[in-house]
Design a protein around this ligand. Structure first.
Ligand SMILES: Nc1nc2c(ncn2[C@@H]2O[C@H](COP(=O)(O)OP(=O)(O)O)[C@@H](O)[C@H]2O)c(=O)[nH]1
Ligand SMILES: [Mg+2]
Length: 367
């Protein structure tokens, strides 16, 4: 799963990247055009349990790939001057499965104040609108071609269907609503997949708050941002990127202690991963054994064949049955696969079985 960090310059994107990936990328690099890519393992206590009881040769947690840089937006220098979106911005964003939008919510003596002051909700709005406009431009260009073909009566059935969907999306965008909030059937989604509409990407807003704004709940100081996000159905998390980047250099145990001492109950890394899973509508299942314990990420509501296909296409093609164990049963048996199976925790399920979050699966197949 690929997650891209976006936001205006000096909002704290590189600092957040360092916090998430435990890196030490230099801050305030000229222009911020360099791209950093880091992989973070997804923390999961169920996975940790499976590793403890199975003692496998290989451990493969679910991972998230985080990209920062290369999707540049220059802040307007003066009041009233617009922010400039680099041409590379949208192409960088198009490749991502989800976006984390960092907005500056911190006051600071050592970082220059933006021309319009600290206004996290305005920053979020600028970028959300720009994403929407980018999609509108793509659609208008395509609609012109489709309309021409229709008038000349040389539109294929597929093109006619696409024309209908794009018309609907255009209306939606014209009323200032992102692609994300439009209900589309599976067929409709398929017909527009290649466009990778940027306003359709799951988006999480990370409000970069100052050291003095840390609270157990979302701080009052970002209430307008929270209202705005709510109106768009977006997740908001509050992070103090500078503090999180500092403690990310510590050993995990120490990190946890320091965060707690600061009044932060859970690292931004973990909160963000949860928000991303939620926004993407995905869940995990596991395969376990003495050779490897591995976590797999699939869309919620997937059936056993889809899960098998995530492991290998042969497993989906030659699917016979899935041996399934609910995670709680697996945990209760306190052993690896064979012990849990001996406890009678295993069920046989067919193709249509809806996989549950945390299920342990063994796929029987023949090709
Ligand atoms: N006080 C404070 N400063 C921060 C925080 N996060 C980032 N900064 C500072 O803001 C400046 C810009 O941060 P950077 O991550 O380089 O922003 P980017 O341009 O979006 O990548 C740096 O000097 C950071 O140290 C924060 O949570 N609190
Ligand atoms: Mg940067």
């Amino acid at each position: 799963m690929k997650v891209g960090i976006i936001g205006l310059t000096q909002s704290g994107k590189t600092t957040l990247y360092n916090a998430l990936t435990r890196s030490q990328v230099e801050l305030n690099r000229f222009g911020g055009a360099e791209v950093s890519v880091g992989v973070i393992p997804v923390p999961d206590s169920r996975f940790t349990h499976a590793v403890t009881v199975c003692e496998p040769k290989k451990v493969s947690p679910a991972t998230i790939e985080v990209t920062e840089g290369g999707a540049r937006i220059e802040r307007g220098e003066r009041k009233g001057q617009g922010d400039k979106f680099g041409a590379d911005f949208f192409s960088a964003v198009r490749n991502m499965d989800a976006l984390v939008l960092v907005v500056r919510a911190f006051e600071s003596d050592d970082v220059a104040l933006p021309p319009n002051g600290v206004n996290p909700m305005a920053e979020a709005q600028i970028i959300c609108e720009e994403l929407l406009l980018a999609d509108l431009t793509v659609i208008e260009t395509r609609l012109e071609k489709l309309e021409k073909a229709r008038l000349q009566k040389r539109q294929s059935n597929a093109e006619a269907a696409e024309h209908l969907v794009l018309d609907r999306i255009k209306d939606h965008l014209d009323s200032n609503q992102p692609v994300r909030s439009l209900q589309l059937t599976e067929d409709e989604q398929r017909s527009i997949r290649s466009y990778a509409f940027v306003s359709g990407k799951p988006l999480i807003i990370a409000a970069n708050i100052g050291e003095s704004q840390i609270e157990p709940e979302l701080p009052q100081s970002i209430s307008t941002l929270i209202e705005y996000a709510k109106s768009l159905g977006l997740h908001v998390i509050a992070v103090c990127a500078r503090v999180e980047a500092e403690v990310a250099q510590m050993a995990p145990e120490e990190e946890r202690e320091f965060l707690q001492a600061m009044g932060i109950t859970e690292a931004a890394r973990d909160r963000l991963i949860r928000a991303a899973y939620d926004a993407l509508g995905v869940m995990s299942f596991f395969t376990v054994g003495p050779d490897e314990v591995r976590a797999w990420t699939i869309p919620k509501g997937s059936n056993a064949v889809t899960a098998a296909g995530a492991i290998h296409s042969d497993l989906a093609r030659g699917f016979i049955r899935a041996e399934v164990m609910a995670f709680d049963d697996f945990r209760a048996s306190n052993g690896c696969w064979d012990e849990a199976k001996a406890n009678g925790s295993m069920r046989l399920e067919g193709k249509e079985y809806l996989v549950k979050d945390g299920d342990i699966l063994h796929v029987r197949f023949k090709v």
